[in-house]
Design a protein around this ligand. Structure first.
Ligand code: NAD
Length: 490
């Protein structure tokens, strides 16, 4: 079948799979529209079992040669891939913006550079880390980081470029071959990554992209018996389904899931910095797993702090994400919009008081006002469930014990943020909040070598630095008895 492409924001993008170094078209297709204004972005190939089988076969065939290259052999190719991403910064930024409504300027200045870094950082890291000797009295432990085989990478729509390359980088650098299943609500930039990787010399079959709906293409992929790894970022509910498939074949699975993170503001904090950070939680229209959606404020400074947040809120312009002064773009999809609006309506009906927002914005169909609820019980749906929209809750506390108890009072444990001017106090609270990442007097700082992941229902495992390699490698110890070879070697 002939390849189908679409002109998206002036950039020609393939709407087909990338399997074994070739574009593959499916007769089944799914419609993709821009959340900005509903523009038709084209009908994308909807893969299923047949396309997944082709991709698995291609990835298996490509594995021995890619693995044999070693970290040194793979690095120049991956570095070229990273440079290729930077060279197409504006194209990638525009397409990601059209596809998922993220801010164009943010994409150009932060997202695409970080996307490239996700590839080059792990290519470099793979060179330095890995194989080492642990010497023992009787044996030499020769520890090897062997590539594991074929890895399935599944990601969500809120930041496909960033989240997919955060997996592609270490998986390829470690010597695996991969099958990417992009999110069906924002599938386009993953398709572009396939072209860029190909142009950089990533061999056919090493990086494959199977487009499709989660319950079809995604399900077929995670049920493939040939996988060595499944790396998933998405919702907790989907992780439970994928986990069952992984359990059937004992395939290691890492999962980065949802959150309902606290943002704690103590009376001794820099309140201006804290207020700026509160309004940052509306970034990407609140469609950020790490967002601190529960604002916990020490009672003694509540009135003063509320005033500062209100003032900072003035910068949070809702609008077209292609405009430079826009800070909050659209929600991704009508279905998701209805979900967010449903949470807001139920919170109001349950007695929640709206401090600001609480309604649709008049910018367009999928735009929602930044919203803050107070007067909500700790067990209320809006205090417990991930909304994944520009909707926060405001609560107060009188003691540190109370702040910690409320912070830990959901099933999630992805992240947390704390503002305090007192180091002892800050570290005391920080050490007791259950979270994979706890930011103190800062927010959203993510070092690629630091561990990242969630506790409780926010995930299994950690990614970043050596943690990524621990996941994507089969770590083997060859323990050799000293002096056991002819000639007394070793
Ligand atoms: P989702 O779980 O609905 O979908 C994620 C991906 O899984 C998509 O590619 C989808 O097609 C696929 N999928 C769906 N059903 C599947 C199945 N049965 N088998 C295999 N694949 C399947 O999540 P979403 O709505 O796309 O994303 C939002 C969620 O992602 C939120 O909960 C958010 O917090 C979370 N998230 C977490 C992180 C993190 O790093 N912890 C980052 C971003 C988003």
């Amino acid at each position: 079948m002939t390849e189908v492409t679409s002109s998206v924001a002036g950039v020609e993008v393939s709407l087909d799979h990338w399997i074994g170094g070739k574009r593959v078209s499916s007769s089944e297709r799914f419609q993709n529209n821009s959340p900005i204004d509903g523009t038709d972005l084209g009908a994308v190939s909807a893969g299923g079992k047949a396309e997944v089988e082709m991709a698995v076969e291609a990835a298996i065939s490509a594995f021995p040669e890619w693995a044999a290259l070693g970290a040194e052999g793979r690095k120049p190719i991956l570095d070229k891939f990273a440079r290729g991403i930077l060279a197409r910064n504006e194209d990638l930024a525009k397409v990601e913006c059209a596809d998922n409504g993220s801010l164009l300027m943010g994409n150009i200045h932060r997202l695409v550079p970080r996307t490239a870094q996700n590839i080059s950082f792990f290519a470099e890291y793979a060179m330095s880390l890995q194989d080492h000797i642990i010497d023992h009295e009787e044996v030499t432990n020769d520890v090897r980081y062997d590539p594991s085989g074929v890895a399935a990478l599944i990601t969500p729509w809120n930041a496909p470029l960033m989240l997919t390359t955060w997996k592609i980088g270490p998986a390829l650098a470690a010597g695996n071959t991969i099958i990417v299943k992009p999110p069906e609500w924002a599938p386009l930039t993953c398709s572009m990554l396939a072209d860029i990787a190909h142009e950089a010399g990533v061999p056919a079959g090493v990086l494959n992209v199977v487009q499709g709906i989660g319950e079809d293409a995604g399900d077929a992929l995670v049920n493939s018996p040939e996988l060595a790894r499944i790396s998933f970022t998405g919702s907790t509910d989907t992780a439970k389904i994928i986990g069952q498939a992984a359990a059937r074949t004992i395939t290691p699975m890492s999962s980065e899931l949802g959150g309902k993170s606290p943002l704690i503001v103590c009376s001794d904090a820099n309140l201006d910095a804290a207020a700026q950070t509160v309004v940052m939680q509306y970034m990407n229209a609140g469609q950020v797993c790490l967002a601190g959606t529960r604002i916990l404020v020490e009672s003694s400074i509540e009135a003063e702090f509320l005033e500062k947040v209100r003032r900072a809120l003035g910068q949070m312009v809702v609008g077209d994400p292609r405009e430079a002064n826009t800070r909050i773009g659209p929600l991704i999809h009508p279905e998701h919009f209805a979900r967010v609006a449903g949470f807001v309506e139920r919170a109001k009906a349950a007695g929640g008081e709206v401090l600001w927002g609480g309604a649709t914005s008049d910018v367009g169909d999928l735009y929602f006002q930044p919203t803050m609820f107070t007067n909500v019980g700790l067990d209320a749906e809006i205090s417990q469930c991930e909304v994944f929209g520009p909707v926060l809750t405001w609560q107060t506390f009188d003691t540190d014990e109370e702040a910690i108890a409320v912070a830990n009072g959901t099933q999630y444990g992805l992240a947390g943020t704390l503002f305090s001017g007192n180091e002892d106090r800050a570290m005391r609270i920080a050490s007791r909040v259950v979270a994979g990442t706890l930011w103190v007097n800062c927010y959203f700082v993510r070092d690629l070598s630091a561990p990242f992941g969630g506790s409780r229902i926010s995930g299994i495992g950690r990614e970043g630095g050596s943690h990524s390699f621990d996941f994507y490698c089969d770590i083997k110890n060859i323990a050799v008895r000293k002096g056991s070879f002819a000639g007394g070697g070793n």
